[in-house]
Design a protein around this ligand. Structure first.
Ligand code: 2AL
Length: 246
């Protein structure tokens, strides 16, 4: 039995529920999935600033999970993987970011992939992650459907069509074998888009869930030898006072 906690770093509860449903549909027998989002922060994450603010919320949700004491792994369900390394410092449980998970999965089924994300301005965030994780040469192109994140909920039909159109352009122009969907809010679209586009389509919530299950199943944990060791205890002031002496 593994309990996997999925953290939606934005504060839109309906997106958290959609992310939970998508993950739970793929959970193995014996896996318990739970989902949460920070009490405060951006309703959607579409910029460096949104990422920076949401990273604090991710850390707070991991600390809550640690206090509960029964979480075997965490998934950070925003394509920018906000606060991923900081979250890993706070727990021995594996912590999987959906971008990193999707990149790994895509390279297991194709030598090259393209990313289709929401707004073009978030593309640089994915580019930085490709570099950081060592996947830069696997990714042919970072494309955007040019839809705000919450349009996935507010205008799903329009959003779906724009995503499929961009996926078809990627299939026809980029010399790729697979597509990575670049938003946690796209988690429930994978199968439909894959059928329509005729390529393996990977999105990070379900990829992250299955990788988290594998890490737990292998008995792997976040190393506390080196830079992912727990933070040195120290006082924190002001609104972060509850981070004191972790
Ligand atoms: N590229 C993105 O759209 N990232 C995201 N913003 C969110 O609020 N959730 C995501 O996955």
């Amino acid at each position: 039995m593994a309990h996997i906690r999925i953290i939606n770093p934005n504060t839109t509860a309906s997106m958290t529920a959609a992310i939970y449903r998508a993950a739970n549909d793929y959970a193995a027998v014996g896996t318990e999935v739970s989902a949460c989002q920070p009490a405060s922060g951006p309703v959607s994450i579409e910029s460096h600033f949104d990422e920076a603010v949401s990273a604090v919320g991710v850390a707070q949700e991991v600390l809550k999970g640690e206090r509960e004491g029964n979480i075997d792994a965490y998934v950070v369900a925003c394509f920018g993987d906000p606060g991923l390394l900081a979250a890993r410092e706070l727990t021995r449980a594996p912590v999987v970011g959906i971008a990193e998970a999707a990149f790994h999965m895509a390279t297991l089924v194709s030598t090259r992939f393209s990313i289709v994300t929401t707004l073009g301005r978030t593309g640089i965030i994915a580019e930085h992650l490709l570099e950081q994780y060592g996947f830069r040469h696997h990714c042919r192109r970072i494309r955007a459907a040019e839809i705000p994140v919450l349009d996935l909920e507010h205008h799903p039909e329009v959003a779906y069509r724009r995503i499929v159109e961009e996926c078809c352009r990627a299939r026809d122009e980029d010399g790729i074998g697979a597509i990575v969907l670049g938003c946690g809010g796209m988690a429930n679209l994978t199968q439909e888009i894959s059928r329509e586009v005729g390529l393996p389509v990977i999105e990070g919530v379900t990829a992250g869930l299955k990788l988290a299950e594998s890490l737990v199943g292998l008995g792997l944990y976040t190393s506390k030898h080196g830079d992912l060791d727990y933070p040195r205890a120290k006082p924190f002031t002001g609104q972060f006072a509850d981070f004191s002496n972790l």
